[in-house]
Design a binder for this molecule. Structure first.
Ligand code: C5J
Length: 233
């Protein structure tokens, strides 16, 4: 059943059968001390605000039978998919591939690369490993969505202005309608979070839609009611 979700710049029509929830990079490397995010000098506690809303949206998407895709940013242990320019950048305290308290920084298979326990994938959900910021670059995501006739994406995760924004821009160029769920995203820089959301929905929705909390009373349909109640959007 189709629902209408209040969003910027205009209401977003959601057909759960043609939609997927994409949860971007809710990994220990970004959210917990000792990982990639902290090596770049960030206060990782700022990303915690997205966990509860992501969890609520995930529960609702599961209940609605929506396809759920989790992404993880990271690199192969031999770093063959890590551009030297990426490794070199940022004056970090540790570089990608260096050992840290959660294993090698941003490396597939290490503890830090894993998804936080509150949002852990269940059987049947898809996990996409991506070497870049966008979820479409050098991954199977495009083919997978096409195979399932998905053309609407609900997007949440971290960080708003980096991997969420890059993925939404990639998706928009590929013809997907993207709804970014504001309070289920977060950034190490609150002002970037705010502007990242504004950039998506500006100019009539140049990249997509942004859910506009609070959305009280603006949605219709039982599917949406479940999503709204649980996510407080
Ligand atoms: C970053 C991400 N910020 N997942 N990655 O490097 O946003």
């Amino acid at each position: 059943m189709q629902s209408v979700i209040a969003a910027k710049p205009e209401p977003f029509a959601l057909d759960p059968v043609r939609a997927a929830l994409i949860i971007i990079d809710m990994q220990r490397d970004f959210l917990e001390p000792g990982g990639f995010g902290e090596t770049l000098g960030n206060d990782v506690s700022l990303l915690q605000s997205a966990v509860g809303p992501c969890q609520a949206v995930l529960v609702a998407a599961r209940a609605m039978g929506m396809l759920v895709v989790h992404t993880r940013e990271g690199h192969k242990p031999d770093l063959s998919d890590a551009p030297p320019a990426k490794i070199a950048r940022g004056a970090p305290s540790k570089r990608i591939g260096d050992p840290g308290p959660m294993g090698r920084i941003l490396i597939q298979g290490e503890a830090g690369h894993d998804i936080v326990s509150a949002l852990y994938p269940i059987a049947g959900e898809i996990v996409i490993d991506k070497p870049g910021k966008g979820a479409f670059y050098a991954t199977e995501l495009s083919a997978l969505l096409k195979d399932k006739s998905i053309d609407n994406l609900l997007v949440c995760g971290v960080t708003t202005e980096v991997c969420v924004n890059t993925t939404v821009r990639e998706a928009n160029d590929r013809g997907y309608r993207c709804l970014v769920m504001a309070d289920a995203c977060a950034s190490y820089f609150p002002e970037f979070h705010e502007m990242g959301l504004k950039m998506i929905a500006a100019q009539g929705g140049i990249f997509g839609w942004s859910a506009n909390p609070p959305m009280a009373g603006a949605g219709t349909g039982p599917s949406f009611d479940r999503l709204r109640m649980r996510s407080h959007l």
